[in-house]
Design a binder for this molecule. Structure first.
Ligand code: SAM
Length: 423
């Protein structure tokens, strides 16, 4: 006999009153509807009582957006981005600042809870991880850190960012998370409108000069420029449309954290070291600098336009280089290689910085077999990190330490740098 749905009294579009519990992954908060169904509520805070509109109904849970705060948390502030405020209809709230209705400090507390909980549940780790602020973010409420911004253009030429959880363009009058000069230039384009449909990418690299690139659907855009980014005194070449850390201080922060995470006692000068998901070799350089002049680091990256520059960025270490390959395939190749190469990797240090989905079982399995002396895992998704942590522990690695950083203030995103050693 089929069971009736647990909450036949909850329908799409309903507005319901909810007591809001703790934060969940993704910048939403857990509430329980009297019918028993779990509701993930956006634009709320723990301890609040809100009225929320149901936007998605699944068998076991629902999603809703707060539309009115009946009892506010003491941590609630006026939204840092007026166009994302709870005063607007949820369909007209801009996305990308889902924790902008509290302070960066409380945002970090929420991220600490998510990361700690994920590591505990999926990784079997029970230590608490603090989330550190980047310079200046607490003083200006986490604004103006974005050195990369994308706006969208519709067929009518209207320009703006997307609304939260949709592809509906919001013609905003402010972009408070963007670097100031990007905000100024972008708001001008928003006011004027543009040919469309397509997108506009803004970049403010280390020289602070803003570049704008228009990419109209089906048309060729101008060639991307080669930019120079800087970490301390070191310069990195990166294509305008290539991956580079978004927060003005992120690259420097991760470079230093990666170096702190490396146990220098485990560095073998003759080993083969790897920088997986290497981009233009930022963390490969951090690793090579620790190993020394004769460092043999291979940066592995699937985008050829990035490895081209990784090679140049790692040129001062003559025995280092970059290859264009998918990490899983590259590691499989190492597993099939000769004993000398495998021994060199076994003695080496591996830095990995996968995309949001994490490294995953195949890559973790290959790393478990190659068994390098230590791993530094740079993660932008706490749940993916926690799952991979659980698998790495099963394959003989021990988590030595973890640092976390608020590289994306006013959003739910959090970055962590975890140090693993072969047990
Ligand atoms: C989070 S970025 C890190 C880049 C670099 N470590 C940095 O900090 O600048 C992840 C990189 O992995 C690359 N990537 C994604 N999936 C990949 C795969 N399966 N194999 C190799 N590279 C991949 C992306 O192109 C991107 O450059």
């Amino acid at each position: 006999m089929t069971q009736p749905a647990a909450s036949s009294d909850l329908a799409l579009g309903d507005t319901v009153e909810l007591e809001v519990g703790d934060v969940a992954h993704g910048g939403v908060f857990v509430a329980r509807h009297p019918s028993g169904r779990v509701v993930f509520v956006a634009d709320a805070l723990p301890g609040e009582r809100v009225r929320a509109r149901v936007t998605e109904l699944k068998k076991r849970f629902a999603r809703a957006e707060a539309v009115e705060v009946l009892e506010a948390s003491p941590e609630r502030l006026e939204h840092v981005w007026a166009e994302a405020s709870i005063d607007r209809d949820p369909d007209d709230r801009v996305g990308g600042a889902e924790l902008g209705h509290t302070s960066p400090a409380f945002g970090r507390e929420l991220k600490r809870r998510v990361l700690t909980d994920a590591l505990n549940r999926f990784g079997g780790i029970d230590s608490e991880v603090e989330v550190a602020a980047l310079p200046g973010d607490d003083d200006n409420r986490g604004r103006h850190w974005r050195t990369r911004v994308t706006l969208h253009i519709d067929a009518d030429g209207q320009v703006g960012p997307y609304a939260a959880r949709s592809h509906h363009i919001i013609p905003v009058e402010s972009l408070p998370l963007a670097f100031n000069d990007i905000e100024e230039l972008a708001l001008g384009v928003i006011r004027e409108g543009s040919r469309g449909p397509g997108r506009l990418d803004f970049v403010a690299p280390a020289d602070f000069e803003v570049r704008m690139r228009r990419r109209l659907d089906g048309r060729r855009a101008r060639d991307p420029e080669v930019l120079r980014e800087r970490v301390a005194k070191r310069e990195f070449l990166v294509r305008e449309d290539g991956f580079w850390q978004v927060h003005r201080h992120a690259a420097t922060t991760l470079y230093a954290a990666t170096q702190r995470a490396i146990d220098r006692a485990l560095i073998d000068d003759n080993a083969l070291h790897l920088d997986l998901y290497g981009g233009v070799g930022l963390l490969g350089a951090a690793l090579a600098e620790v190993v020394g002049d004769h460092a043999r680091v291979v940066s592995v990256e699937s985008a050829a336009a990035a490895t081209e520059f990784a090679r140049e960025n790692l040129a001062e270490w003559r025995d280092s280089g970059a290859v264009t390959a998918r990490v899983d395939r590259y590691l499989r190749g190492l597993l099939d290689s000769d004993a000398v190469t495998r021994d060199a990797v076994h003695a080496g240090t591996v830095v990995l910085d996968p995309p949001r989905s994490g490294a995953g079982a195949e890559v973790v399995d290959a790393l478990g077999e190659l068994a390098p002396a230590q791993l530094v895992y740079v993660a932008c998704d706490p749940v993916a990190l926690a799952r991979d942590t659980g698998m790495l522990r099963e394959r003989g690695y021990e988590l030595r330490g973890i640092e976390a950083f608020d590289l994306f203030p006013n959003t739910h995103h959090v970055e962590a740098v975890a140090a693993f050693v072969r047990a």
